[in-house]
Design a binder for this molecule. Structure first.
Ligand code: PLP
Length: 393
């Protein structure tokens, strides 16, 4: 059986070019980048070159790039690092209801440690309203953290507008972090155009290795380190650098940015075929997220009166890998916090599927999906004890 992978927002396969670029740093060029001898210097040069590449691709300066272990660490470092450094200036943080748990759970932790968090609502398409952000800003607001693109529905937030709104309302340069883990490598990201102070990204979302990421930190931003030890990463993150991983991340990002224009057109075409094909073939179905301001490779669809996990398992049995917004937690199916925040009723949110496409997907694979998904939903609906017919898309 052919396996079809349409879950690229969860993770991507590492590109062969990336593996090839990384391999020497496991074997003959294995030095510690802090060592003075030639082995160390080889690693140091690779680190410098990777930093330069990533900085250029983000419109940043090399000294503003901190290599981390991934998106989760970058988000933690941004939120906790700024909160600790600025605790004498204020204790208020603003975020939004549809962030990844790397941000939401970090905010909850900060609340337990004396900080106050405002979670902005989103509209039915997943957008944060700049006016709402402006109203939430207070004299003691030390950081705003709003994601660039949502991982479940793909909605792209108007970050530049939000940054301006927050600063105008504050009458000062309030710090702004964006979790751009789902955006970088897929849509253009330039820290100057966005105006952000901190930005998180993760290598495994754009065909790089897992366990390596970046936090962009604008020069002059006060941020305490979370790990203490040596003076790595300009004393912002102690620990011997993951040189092979960093080389892989930089190589993957360069390839993704070089190919972005062409790949975006191709993926948008595949995505739209899935979107239109399934909505027209399946009754009582709808698309979640913003109709235009969304990632080119991701579509989230809901099918009323079917459980997401049941669809997922049936599709997996046919070799199709996608994901669902509902998660089986301690025996109860919880609808996704993202869809709930967007006002999607529980019975619709439960039946959501996320198709996230990538380099390896083809038109033939989309044909197969369009052939297999509708009968599966039909079958599951017949088995569903609560099938009703009052839903309108
Ligand atoms: N932020 C977002 C929006 C994500 O989608 C993810 C991963 O799915 C993360 C953060 C966490 O990144 P990592 O897996 O590199 O820790």
């Amino acid at each position: 059986m052919n396996r079809i992978y349409m879950d690229h927002s969860a993770t991507t396969p590492v590109r062969q070019e990336v593996v090839d670029a990384m391999l020497p740093y496991f074997t003959e060029k294995f030095g510690n980048a802090s060592s003075v001898h030639t082995f160390g210097q080889e690693a140091h040069v690779a680190l410098d070159e990777s930093r330069q590449t990533v900085a250029e691709l983000l419109g940043a300066r090399p000294e503003e790039i901190v290599f981390t272990s991934g998106g989760t660490e970058s988000d933690n470092m941004a939120l906790k690092g700024v909160a600790l450094a600025l605790r004498e200036k204020g204790r208020h943080i603003i975020t939004c209801a549809i962030e990844h748990h790397a941000v939401l759970n970090t905010c909850s932790w900060l609340e337990k440690h004396g900080y106050e968090v405002t979670r902005l609502p989103v509209d039915s398409t997943g957008l944060v309203d700049p006016d709402e952000l402006a109203r939430a800003v207070r004299p003691d607001t030390l950081l705003v953290s709003i994601m660039m693109a949502n991982n479940e529905v793909g909605t792209i937030e108007p970050i530049a507008e939000l940054v301006t709104a927050a600063r105008e309302a504050a009458g000062r340069r309030v710090l702004f972090h964006t979790d751009a883990v789902q955006a970088v490598g897929h849509i253009p990201v330039d820290v100057e155009e966005l105006g952000v102070d901190l930005l998180a990204l993760s290598g495994h979302k754009f065909y790089g290795p897992k366990g390596v990421g970046v936090l962009y930190v604008r020069s002059g931003t006060r941020m305490d380190p979370l790990q203490h030890g040596g003076h790595h990463e300009r004393s912002r993150r102690a620990g011997t650098e993951n040189v092979a991983g960093i080389v892989g991340l930089a190589t993957a990002l360069k390839l993704a940015c070089d190919e972005m224009d062409e790949e975006t057109v191709r993926l948008r075409g595949l995505r739209d075929r899935i979107h239109e094909g399934l909505l027209s073939a399946v009754e009582d179905s709808m698309c979640n997220g913003h109709p235009e301001q969304r990632l080119p490779h991701l579509v989230n669809l809901s099918f009323k009166n079917v459980e997401g996990e049941a669809m997922l398992l049936s599709l997996d049995a046919l070799g199709i890998a996608v994901s669902t917004g509902s998660a089986c937690t301690s025996g109860t199916l919880e609808p996704s916090h993202v869809l709930t925040a967007m006002g999607v009723p529980a019975e619709i949110a439960h039946g959501s599927l996320r198709f996230s496409l990538g380099r390896i997907n083809t038109d033939e694979e989309v044909d197969y999906v369009l052939e297999k998904v509708p009968p599966i939903i039909e079958r599951l609906r017949q088995m569903s004890p609560f099938a009703t017919k009052e839903f309108s898309a």
